[in-house]
Design a protein. Structure first.
Length: 254
């Protein structure tokens, strides 16, 4: 008992009394916490309200082709102003690096069951996909989520067209990065030099450099998840590719 009393007394301020300064510190800490918590609740409420306006998923009303539903959800995310509405997390894995993930931008959703994006083929994701083409893409908008599992490979025929749709500044920067190599070490001075070069450039590149290639993920499954409630009874449907078509969606629990 004595040891417990000693340990407890050490946690009190001098004389067992909280000073005015300590009161102020605690009040400031509480105000910061309340501010962050209020902001978090506001974001949660916005996300929940946005999804509720969309309505629940009914099995009989789902399209036979899941790419139509993915495209519909993308359009809704764009309309409601979600940040990086076309962004998705691309998860890859290879023997040397193990599992890795990063965010990329979806360029196209195709009815044939594929999605496309562009990246540097010599980046970590490019190297990983070269060694192991199986991957997963995860889209997330508030309480909606789509998981796309499949295989990914270079789409050389699409590379030039995709490159030309990039903003001019993006095309210029890719050309400037080509001799350096994206992901390699660069000094702060060189970084500032690159920024200035992009601003000063008047070129309009049309041919993609070696630092940019189009990729296509051919989906084998798509899983749609939507939560409208505070519990774990959610809308969750799985589509599985069956040759050139898709098997009817199956509702999953939780």
């Amino acid at each position: 008992m004595g040891a417990a009393v000693v340990a407890s007394s050490r946690s009190l301020p001098r004389g067992g009394v909280t000073t005015t300064t300590q009161h102020k510190d605690r009040r400031t800490t509480m105000q910061r916490w309340l501010s962050r918590t209020s902001s978090l609740f506001s974001v949660r409420t916005h996300r929940r309200n946005w999804t509720q306006r969309a309505g629940g998923l009914v099995e009989a009303e789902l399209p036979a082709n899941p790419m139509l539903l993915l495209d519909e959800w993308l359009a809704a995310a764009l309309k409601d102003g979600h940040i990086i509405e076309r962004g998705f997390v691309l998860a890859t894995s290879c023997a040397d690096e193990g599992p890795t993930a990063r965010t990329v931008v979806c360029r196209d959703v195709c009815e044939d069951g594929s999605i496309t994006f562009g990246t540097n083929p010599n980046s970590l994701k490019g190297r990983s996909l070269r060694d192991e083409p199986r991957c997963e893409a995860v889209f997330r908008w508030g309480t909606r989520q789509v998981r796309v599992r499949g295989t990914c490979g270079v789409d050389a025929a699409l590379t030039e067209e995709m490159f030309r749709t990039l903003p001019r500044a993006a095309r210029v920067s890719l050309e400037l990065l080509h001799p350096i190599g994206q992901g390699n070490d660069v000094s702060e001075a060189k970084h500032q030099e690159l920024l200035a070069d992009v601003e000063a450039s008047s070129s309009d590149p049309q041919a993609p450099p070696a630092t940019f290639t189009a990729y296509r993920i051919t989906a084998s499954t798509l899983e749609f998840y939507q939560s409208l409630r505070e519990d774990f009874i959610v809308d969750r449907f799985l589509y599985v590719r069956d040759g050139a078509a898709w098997s009817p969606p199956v509702r999953l629990a939780g």
